[in-house]
Design a protein around this ligand. Structure first.
Ligand SMILES: O=C(O)CCC(=O)C(=O)O
Length: 304
């Protein structure tokens, strides 16, 4: 399917229940991490969500030294059938079987991925439908390279390569745009997804103790209001014994910028009922989607 034909028919936005898993106990043992993530997906499914979300980097500790060690070959190509049975990725197999067992959509957080042909390593999100099919993926486009003296230095580009595509997927209840964590700081990505018809944007993330309190909520509310969409980030739980201390505070924001739900720091499952009425009312009451001045500045979503 070409992008143009995919864009032509966004699904009608319908009410749905979203579950965020703020996953804890992410340690050095990948099998244990996968086992725990699977248990938490099954637990989340008991609240009857339509879509379950895991956090960024849920199968390994978070840090550039870990990415190549934990990386798995996925080999997904948009628009081409993917045979889960032949997948080399144990994480993909677990996520697929969990989605199928729970009969829900699943955004599988992110995992380090090794590209089979280039050997480059990416920070990759994979998405599954209720039949367990891998239907979409997103390779983190903007790598988290920051240096705030005395606070935090992080350089994903030491071992990761940035993705080169924007991505969304269609369910029977919404078109959902994808990003990963630092991607939120680049408003163009969210803007492009919204202009492509996404009503909901979901970014697995893992902010830290410096930027979390400053920007985690601000950025999500900003992207939600700019684009008049629902916006959600799902974080790992905070583990102060780990090398990286995640901020936590997984949340869902509505198109008016209201925080609908927010986790604390620990392991937690959050449920939110997403109501399209808020989306329609925001767009009708403050009609910025009709008032853009592409005669004054360009539309970043054109020509992708
Ligand atoms: O942008 C930030 O402050 C944090 C980003 C981050 O933790 C990430 O991209 O994994």
């Amino acid at each position: 399917m070409t992008l143009m034909s995919k864009l032509a028919n966004p699904p009608t936005f319908k009410p749905f229940r979203l579950a965020l898993i703020q996953l804890g106990s992410i340690g050095a043992n990948k099998s244990d991490n996968l086992k725990h993530a699977r248990e938490m997906i099954l637990k989340a499914a008991s609240g009857k969500p339509d879509l379950i979300v895991l956090p960024e980097c849920f199968n390994s500790p978070y840090g550039h030294v870990h990415f190549p060690v934990y990386a798995e070959k996925i080999g997904f190509k948009p628009g081409e059938a993917y045979d889960i049975g032949k997948s080399e990725s144990e994480s993909v197999k677990m996520l697929s079987s969990a989605a199928k067992e729970c009969r829900t959509w699943l955004i599988g957080g992110s995992i380090p991925e090794r590209d089979a042909s280039s050997d480059d390593v990416y920070n990759t999100c994979t998405v599954y439908n209720p039949q367990g099919e891998l239907v979409a993926s997103h390779r983190k486009v903007h790598l988290f390279d920051i240096d705030i003296p005395g606070k935090i230095k992080f350089k994903e580009s030491e071992t990761l390569t940035g993705g080169t595509t924007t991505n969304f997927f269609d369910t029977d209840f919404a078109r959902i745009g994808l990003g990963i964590c630092y991607d939120i700081r680049f408003p163009e990505l969210a803007m492009i997804s919204a202009r492509q018809g996404c009503q909901v944007l979901v970014y697995p993330g893992a902010f830290n103790m410096t930027t979390g309190p400053l920007h985690w909520e601000l950025l999500q509310r900003g992207r939600a209001v700019d684009n008049q969409v629902f916006f959600s980030m799902c974080s790992p739980a905070r583990d102060t014994t780990a090398g990286y201390h995640a901020w936590g505070h997984s949340m869902v924001v509505d198109p008016m910028g209201k925080v609908l739900c927010e986790a604390e720091e620990g392991e937690q499952i959050l449920y939110t009922d997403v109501d399209p009425k808020v989306f329609d009312e925001a767009r009708a009451g403050i009609p910025v989607t009709m008032q853009r001045r592409f005669d004054v500045y360009p539309d970043v979503s054109v020509g992708l």
